[in-house]
Design a binder for this molecule. Structure first.
Ligand code: G
Ligand code: G
Ligand code: MN
Ligand code: NA
Length: 254
C-alpha cells in the first residue's frame, strides 16, 4: 500500500485522533483555549506527525475530508467540556489553504457549530501567513463570512512566512501567534527581544491580541508578561495531550 492509500483507509476507518494543547491567558493566569492537533496513531503504538501526512493529504485530495472530521470532532469535544463545567472553554483548529479551494469551508464550519451546539465565539481558526498572502479575494471573502459568524481568526507561526505585511491591513484577524523560533531565545538574544517587542506593539496597534508559542520556562513567561503579551502556549504548561489527559489540565491553576 502507498502512504496515500493508507491515508484514504485511515479516513474511512476513523483512525485519526485529536490531541489538545492549552493556550493560557498570561495576564489573567487562566486557561482560555485549547489547540486541537491532529494525530495518526499506528498499530505499533507510534504516531505519525501531521507534518508528514498533511502535505500528502493536500496534494492527494484528502485534506477536505480530514478537515471536516477535525472541525466536527473539535467542536463536539469543546461543547462537551463546556457542558461538563468548563463553561468558557474555547477551541482552536488549524486550517490549510487547500481547505478554501472548493468554497465549502464556511458551510463545513456552520454545520459543525449547529451539530455540536458550540457557540461560534468558542471556535478559533488558525491560518498560516502563507495562506493569507496567497490570497485571492476568494479566500478573503470566505474568511469575512466565517468571521461574520463570530468565529475568531488567529495568524499562526507569525514571523516565519513572508515579509509582506500588507495582508494585515485588510484582513479581519483577532490573534497573532508569534512563532516559537522568536520565543526560544527570548531574554538571551537581544535581536529576538527587539523583534518580539516590535511584534507585540504592532499587533496591539492593529487591535490584535498576541499569543507566544513555544514557552518552555518561567523566565520566558515573565519576560512575555513584561512585554504585554496576552497569551501563551508551550511545554511550560503542557505538550499536546489526549482528551483524557486534558481534563486534569482544565482544572489546574495557572
Ligand atoms: O502537533 P504538532 O505541533 O506536531 O503539529 C505539527 C504541524 O501540523 C503544525 O504546523 C500544525 O499546525 C499542523 N497541524 C496539526 N493539526 C492539524 C490539522 O488538523 N489541520 C492542519 N491543516 N494542520 C494541522
Ligand atoms: O504550527 P503550529 O504552531 O500549529 O504547531 C504547533 C507545534 O509546536 C506542535 O507540533 C507542538 O507539538 C509544538 N510545540 C508546542 N509547544 C511547544 C514547545 O513549548 N516547545 C516545542 N519545542 N514545541 C512545541
Ligand atoms: Mn497552530
Ligand atoms: Na505555530
Amino acid at each position: 500500500f502507498t502512504m496515500l492509500q493508507r491515508l484514504r483507509s485511515a479516513i474511512e476507518n476513523q483512525e485519526f485522533t485529536l490531541f489538545y494543547q492549552p493556550i493560557i491567558n498570561i495576564k489573567q493566569h487562566k486557561l482560555d483555549c485549547v489547540e486541537a492537533l491532529l494525530r495518526w496513531p499506528q498499530p505499533d503504538g507510534t504516531m505519525i506527525s501531521p507534518e508528514e501526512f498533511i502535505p500528502l493529504a493536500e496534494t492527494g485530495g484528502l485534506i477536505n475530508d480530514i478537515g471536516i472530521w477535525v472541525i466536527n470532532q473539535a467542536c463536539v469535544f469543546c461543547a462537551r467540556m463546556r457542558a461538563q463545567g468548563f463553561a468558557d472553554l474555547r477551541i482552536a483548529v488549524n486550517l490549510s489553504s487547500t481547505q478554501f479551494k472548493d468554497n465549502k469551508i464556511l458551510s463545513t464550519i456552520k454545520q459543525a457549530l449547529a451539530h455540536s451546539g458550540l457557540p461560534p465565539s468558542a471556535l478559533e481558526i488558525e491560518l498560516t501567513e502563507s495562506l493569507l498572502i496567497e490570497d485571492t479575494d476568494n479566500i478573503q471573502q470566505q474568511l469575512d463570512a466565517i468571521s461574520a459568524l463570530g468565529v475568531t481568526i488567529a495568524i499562526d507561526d507569525f514571523g516565519t512566512g513572508y515579509s509582506n505585511l500588507g495582508y494585515l491591513r485588510n484582513f479581519n484577524a483577532n490573534h497573532l501567534k508569534i512563532d516559537r523560533s522568536f520565543i526560544t531565545h527570548l531574554g538571551y538574544n537581544t535581536l529576538d527581544d527587539t523583534l518580539v517587542t516590535a511584534m507585540i506593539k504592532m499587533a496591539n496597534s492593529l487591535g490584535l491580541k498576541t499569543i507566544a508559542e513555544g514557552i518552555e520556562d518561567t523566565a520566558t513567561l515573565r519576560k512575555l508578561i513584561e512585554l504585554g503579551c496576552d497569551g501563551g502556549q508551550g511545554y511550560l504548561w503542557s505538550k499536546p495531550v489526549s482528551a483524557e489527559k486534558l481534563t486534569a489540565l482544565l482544572s489546574s491553576d495557572y
